[in-house]
Design a binder for this molecule. Structure first.
Ligand code: NAD
Length: 480
């Protein structure tokens, strides 16, 4: 049994209450560890450690901060296999995915912000006619809260922590209680890299208690949150009266719009990935597929053949394409949506069932599922399912495709497949999303602004946007 502890002031400690939560292995459904069920006293201790560290950390040179972040990145890379196995066991994702995407990206997050902070600058404004000049100071905020979800555990956790500490803040961070292990392992790496005590504090526990204590802490100045839209709305309601700075990266229901003039094979292979990578549990997955009518039947035949060839199985096997879903309740939620689709006259073209691999019968496995729908208004086309389920639907005209793509409450990302440049430019302007991918999916340049429109979030992460979020701009005006 793995016992996870909180990481406060550089030390690993039990929760004050001595209360714990079971941690499940999605591959076989067994409990394999316990994690702290932290309360507001643990959060207060983390806050006090962070607050004490802030006066020194905020004054360290950029070179010093940058070197420590680079060291964390190097140590993550040196321990890649260990982290990838831990992430796969905790989350259910194929170990080859954790080793090729999750852990390398966590290392990149630290490396990227180690460099970005040395290039971050602010503006000056010469007030002509007033004999005055203005410059903008960009100062760290103080103690900030970072809260992340379970789908890309270390990847998203570090995407917040790295810019926060690079900018000179100290952090109270909470990973998802469903996938706590790699965040726990990060504590050792931070100590080995020489991160001063208290700069990063990692508290484990449930959203409604531990997370709640972070968001309502009066001295935590900002919350960077990634998770569900309803949680984001609750955080906004809680934090707004305290005037906390908020960055909210929320749910998505992303369209994948396919025109007949695209590079067909490239589209097909990428669409399999954008539908089912990480068991469809990526906020950027293209879960609504719209195909131009003239290639619709061909697309269905070819797509379904490829989807049926995906291998569902234990995440530790090298030939597994689709691992386990993250938890039993989540698997049940996804199965429920498949039933809703049937009740709404959707046609399940492939998949739809639970899978029970040998010796893993209690694990949380589902077949990759493709559902044909006739109305964009059905629940499976409007609500985020966040599992290995996509819908397909045909369209006749460009106007119709755009209308279908935009007719949801979410606005995170969109993918467009076409070789028509004018159409590409029109769609890029008109799609109501924070990200548009044209003839590709999931290329991520860490300098770009990342985030969603509409119910998919507020604010942007990535590049200097993240460093702007984690700093307070102050205008200094000097008359001479
Ligand atoms: P969730 O909202 O249930 O939980 C996310 C985190 O918030 C967890 O750490 C949880 O413990 C915490 N939390 C829950 N209630 C809280 C509260 N009252 N106060 C403070 N913290 C609280 O989301 P999830 O199920 O872990 O993740 C899936 C969701 O995340 C999906 O909707 C997905 O689209 C979204 N997501 C968005 C992005 C993005 O970049 N936009 C990326 C990944 C996932």
């Amino acid at each position: 049994m793995l016992t996870i502890q909180n990481f406060i002031n550089g030390d690993f400690v039990d929760p004050i209450s001595d209360e714990w939560i079971d941690n499940y292995c999605p591959a076989n459904g067994f409990v394999y560890g316990k994690i702290p069920d932290s309360n507001k006293n643990d959060v207060q201790n983390a806050y006090l450690a962070a607050s004490k560290a802030f006066s020194t950390w905020s004054k360290t040179t950029l070179e010093e901060r940058s070197n420590i972040l680079l060291k964390i990145s190097e140590l993550l890379e040196a321990n890649l296999e260990h982290f990838a196995k831990a992430e796969s066991k905790d989350n259910g994702k194929p170990v080859k995915l954790a080793a090729s995407i999750d852990i390398p990206r966590a290392a990149s997050n630290f490396r990227f912000f180690a460099h970005a902070i040395t290039q971050f600058s602010s503006e000056s404004h010469d007030s002509i006619g007033f004999n005055a000049t203005n410059y903008t100071l960009r100062q760290p905020l103080g103690v900030v809260g970072c809260i992340s979800p379970w789908n890309l555990p270390l990847y998203l956790f570090t995407w917040k922590i790295a810019p926060a500490i690079a900018a000179g803040n100290c952090v109270v961070a909470k990973p998802s209680e469903i996938t706590p292990v790699t965040a726990y392992l990060l504590g050792d790496i931070c100590n080995a890299a020489g991160l001063p005590k208290g700069v990063l504090n990692i508290i484990h526990g449930k959203g409604e208690s531990t997370g709640q204590a972070i968001i309502e802490h009066p001295e935590i100045k900002a919350i960077s949150f990634t998770g569900g839209t309803s949680t984001g709305a609750h955080i906004a309601r809680t934090a707004a009266p305290m005037f906390k700075k908020l960055s909210l990266e929320l749910g998505g229901k992303n369209p994948n719009i396919i025109f007949a003039d695209c590079d067909y094979d490239d589209m097909l292979n990428t669409t399999v990935r954008s539908s089912f990578s990480n068991q469809g549990q990526i906020c950027l997955c293209g879960s609504r597929i719209y195909v131009e009518a003239k290639i619709y039947e061909q697309f269905k035949t070819d797509f379904i053949a490829k989807v049926k060839a995906l291998k569902v199985g234990p995440p530790n096997l090298d030939d597994t394409d689709i691992g386990a879903l993250v938890s039993k309740p989540h698997m049940e939620k996804v199965l429920q949506y498949i039933n809703i689709a049937k009740q709404e006259n959707g046609t399940v073209l492939c998949g739809g069932n639970q899978v029970k691999p040998e010796n893993h019968e209690q694990g949380y496995y589902l077949e990759p599922t493709v559902i044909e729908v006739s109305s964009n208004l059905c629940r499976v086309n409007q609500e985020e399912i966040f599992g290995p389920v996509v819908t397909v639907m045909s369209f006749e005209t460009e106007t119709e495709a755009l209308q279908l793509a935009n007719a949801v409450k979410y606005g995170l990302s969109a993918t467009l497949w076409t070789n028509n440049l004018k159409r590409c430019m029109r769609f890029s302007q008109e799609l109501q999303t924070g990200i548009v991918w044209v003839n590709t999916w999931m290329i991520r340049d860490l300098r770009t602004p990342f985030g969603g429109a509409k119910a998919s979030g507020v604010g942007r992460e990535g590049g200097f946007e993240a460093l702007r979020f984690f700093t307070e701009p102050k205008n200094v005006c000097i008359k001479y």
